[in-house]
Structures are given as C-alpha cells and as structure tokens.
Design a protein around this ligand. Structure first.
Ligand code: FAD
Length: 472
C-alpha cells in the first residue's frame, strides 16, 4: 500500500513519528502544502518565508528529490491528491495552533467518512497539552506548577526515533507545483546577513545542538542573559520548523549530563518547558492569539503613533539597548531573549502601544516567529498574559543595559555610531557632557537620535494609565 506523508512543521527525517509509521506500511509519497487558506497569523512572515524556502530545499535533498510541493487550500488539495495518486492512507504530525487544529479535525472527519485512514502523531511537544491537568481537572495557568507538578511528574518524554531504515517512494505521474511556485524568496536581497548567520534544515539544526552542548551549555545559567555572548542555543527557528524535535534536544542534554543535578541544564530544560507552556496555553485558550488573557486589558486605552512605531521598528529610539535589539532583529532575523523583553517593555509601557504592534513586527522579522511563543512573549511583556510580568513593572532600559551589557559590546556591535562612547555614558548618551559626545563623534539628533521619550515621565505615564484598570 502507498501512503501520503504530509510534512508540515516537522521538516526532518530523524525522529519523525509520522514518517516512521508511514514507511512501516510500505511506499510513501512525501508532500508539503503551502496552505493558502491559512489566516495571516498562520502564514509565515518575511524572514520565516526565507527560512521555509531553505528548509524545504534541505528536506527535499534528504528525501532524494522526492518531496512534492503544492500551493493551495490543503483541505481541498488533500482529497484531490488521494484520488489522483490512488492512495488510501495519510500520515501527519499534529499541529497545536488553533487554526490548523480546526482544519485537521474537519479534514480527518471528512476523510474517515470516505474510508481513508488518517494517522496523526505528536512530533513537536514533549507533553501532550490535553494530558496535563491540575488536580481539580482544569488547565494550569501558572508556569511553575504546570512544569514541576504537571510535566515533570509525567513519565519521561518519548525517546527519539531512529530514521526509517528504508524509505521507498511510490512512482507518481507528475511533480507538484514545485518550490518556486510558493514564491517564498523575497525579490530584494535583504537577507544577506541572515543567510550568513543561519543554516536552515535538519543538518544545520543538529550542528547547532552539538555546538551548544560543547560550547555554551556548561555556562547557560550564567550567560543566557548576556546578549553579547553566544550563551544560548539559537535552536528556536529549527524547533519552530521541526527540523529538530524537543525530544532530540532533551535526550541529547540528558545523554551528556546524565541525571546529575546541574543548574545550567535544569535552566535550559525549563526553557524548553516555557516553549511547551506557550503551546499549552494556546491550546487551552485559543483566543489569546489576539485577545488579552486577562480581560481587564481589553479596556485599556492604548496609544498609537505611526512615527514612534517606525522609530522603534528601525532601531532609532535614541535608547541604545532598544536600538541595538531592534537592529539585531532586522539584520539577523533573531533577537536575544533578554533584549526581546527590554524592547517589548519599551514599546508597550514607555510608548504605551498595543502589544499586537510588536507581535506583528516580530512575526515579520523573526526567523523563529512562532504563534505560541510570540503571543506568550508579548502578553508576558504587557502583563496581560496568564503568568506574566506584572503590569506595573516597567523595565528601565538604561539599568538593563548597564547590567546585562556592562562592557557595551552588544550596543557597540549594532549601534556602531556609539562605538567610541565611554562605558559610563554608553547606555544614556543624552546625559553625557558635550565634550564626551564630541570626542566620541556622537551628535545627538544628527548621527544618533535624541531619546524618543523621557524615560522617567513615560514610566509614570504608564503607571498612571495601568492604574485605571487595576481594580477591574
Ligand atoms: P535558548 O535559551 O537556547 O532556549 C532553548 C529553547 O527554549 C528555545 O529555542 C525556545 O524554543 C525555548 N524558549 C526559550 N525561552 C523561551 C520563552 N521565553 N518562551 C518560549 N520558549 C522559549 N520564541 C520563539 O521561538 N518564537 C517567537 O516568536 C518568540 N517571540 C518572543 C517574543 C517576546 C516579546 C519574548 C519576550 C520572547 C519571545 N520568544 C519567542 C521566546 C525567546 O525569546 C526565544 O525562544 C529565545 O530567545 C530563542 O533563542 P534560543 O533558541 O537561543 O533560546
């Protein structure tokens, strides 16, 4: 029998449960569909589209050129393909975002009615969201009990599977629409720096994991907050596209460190736990994609200023650590987690703009743009999420810069116009004496912006505004 193997966010051959199961049954036809029926929040943004193009190229190579790529409405395409190829079974790995869940449920039902066998698997999460519940039976809403009581008390996550011993491809009459038809590559080459930084695909993911384990994992707890240091794994885009599974990471880490107590490793694994929690929340509370988890934030009167938003997006706010972060995002398609929190707090609190604005910009610019983690990250920053930073906590970007980018290497890398500023004034050039600015070649309002807002006043404005929804 021939099976259709529908690749989605699982662009890998190793530890791919659906692929293994399909191969166990006999010949396969591997396909990928760019689903045109998806809403915008389920279609890749600019940087992710670039990534997807590379990742599909890499997967096709791993499948010896047998991947068939289509563009269209998956819910109508799949039944057509089954008929065209005379196939009676379909295998896929589950997606956990609201829209694909709905699509897959309907499709599964429809196919079952036509006597088509559908088999779906979990390939992207360590713990099934539906299986983790509080003692009283509802979903957790706070990370620590979710992770410690809910997840870590479960049996150990599934051990990664070896790749199929043999993949046999069915002969098919023609070759899909092809990768070029997806038009994922941008017309203008803005991705030169992104291309240098990343190697999309399963092999790139495996190499990234090995590098992390040999170079950074031992210092993770200490160095993961320092943006100038390569102290984190940078596995996020690979995880998003399923080029590596969290199970492979989990067991690679355990394989190296065993079960001995190790703060670095516990912290790193708990970050994978945060990823799980983001999916868990989205699974149980699908409305949080565009609505506040804490409803009182629905009454909040956000500001909107096109110019201020543009200054933030372009890294021209005049606040060095914020600008460095936003420029890193634009150049590399990625931003350090600590800085994501700082730029987020600045947008939502100092500028008082809706977190949706930041979320959408991130969606377009991040190579790791992920509906679950991005939504969770932004609602955390805004204070409107389940287990979020309190709304009255406004990061002071100067103190954050001085603490986490002490020597200023990060700011100097991404804001080269400030490279000659002495450490003392680097994170607050507007307070530097004229002579210091002159010597460093910095002219505020000329080659580096004046601060967009006064940090003290805008902090107070945020506190006053958030106070109004306090009791609601
Ligand atoms: P590491 O520190 O090496 O962590 C390992 C893995 O754990 C990551 O690859 C990621 O999958 C997961 N992880 C780590 N921190 C978090 C977290 N706070 N929440 C959820 N998962 C986490 N992450 C995304 O993958 N996609 C997004 O679109 C995204 N948007 C964010 C928006 C905001 C405003 C904030 C504050 C955070 C966002 N994050 C997002 C979470 C986090 O910043 C990134 O996952 C992390 O920076 C990725 O780098 P890394 O792979 O080196 O992480």
């Amino acid at each position: 029998p021939v099976s259709l193997m529908w690749f989605r966010n699982d662009l890998r051959v190793k530890d791919n449960p659906a692929l293994n199961a399909a191969c166990d049954e006999g010949k396969i036809i591997p396909i990928y569909i760019y689903d045109t029926a998806a809403p915008d929040d389920s279609k890749p943004g600019g940087a992710s589209a670039w990534w997807l193009h590379q990742s599909l190229t890499s997967l096709d190579e791993r499948l010896n050129g047998h991947l068939q790529i289509f563009k269209g409405d998956a819910a109508t395409l799949i039944p057509q393909l089954l008929e065209k190829f005379d196939v009676e079974r379909v295998f896929w790995n589950r997606c956990y975002e609201p829209w694909p869940i709905k699509r897959d449920k309907q499709l599964k039902q429809q196919l079952k009615e036509q006597d088509i066998q559908v088999k779906s698997f979990n390939a992207s999460l360590l713990w099934e969201p539906a299986n983790i519940q509080t003692q009283s039976g509802g979903p957790y809403k706070v990370f620590t009990p979710y992770y410690k009581k809910g997840c870590l008390n479960q049996p150990e996550p599934r051990y990664p599977k070896a790749p199929p011993a043999r993949i046999t491809y069915a002969d098919v009459p023609d070759k899909g629409d092809g990768l070029a038809a997806l038009e994922l590559m941008p017309a203008i080459n803005w991705y030169a720096d992104i291309e240098k930084e990343w190697r999309p695909g399963e092999e790139g993911a495996a190499d990234r994991l090995s590098e992390f384990l040999s170079d950074a994992a031992d210092h993770y707890d200490e160095e993961r907050d320092i943006p100038s240091v390569a102290g984190t794994s940078k596995l996020s885009p690979h995880l998003h596209w399923g080029e590596i599974s969290p199970n492979q990471i989990w067991y690679a880490v355990k394989g190296k460190y065993g079960d001995q107590e190790n703060k670095d490793i516990e912290t790193f694994l708990s970050e994978l736990g945060w990823r799980e929690f983001s999916y868990y929340m989205l699974y149980h509370f699908p409305h949080i994609v565009d609505e506040n988890f804490k409803e009182k934030f629905n009454h909040f009167n956000w500001r909107y200023s096109k110019n201020e938003l543009k200054a933030w997006q372009e890294g021209k706010t005049g606040i060095p650590i914020v600008d460095a972060g936003m420029r890193q995002l634009w150049q590399k398609g990625w931003m350090h987690n600590r800085v994501r929190m700082i730029v987020g707090s600045f947008l939502v609190k100092n500028l008082l703009m809706h977190w949706n604005q930041g979320e959408q910009w991130f969606w377009d610019c991040l190579v790791d743009a992920d509906l679950a983690s991005n939504t969770a990250g932004w609602q955390w920053v805004a204070g409107s999420g389940a287990d979020a930073s309190p709304y009255f906590r406004v990061f002071n970007p100067v103190l954050q810069g001085e603490r986490f980018d002490k020597a200023g290497d990060y700011v100097r890398e991404f804001c080269p116009e400030l490279k000659d500023m002495p450490d003392k004034h680097l994170h607050k050039p507007w307070e530097a004496p004229k002579e210091v600015l002159r010597q460093a070649g910095v002219s505020l309002g000329d080659n580096y912006p004046e601060p967009l807002v006064d940090l003290k006043q805008s902090r107070q404005r945020a506190l006053d505004a958030f106070d109004q929804i306090k009791g609601k």
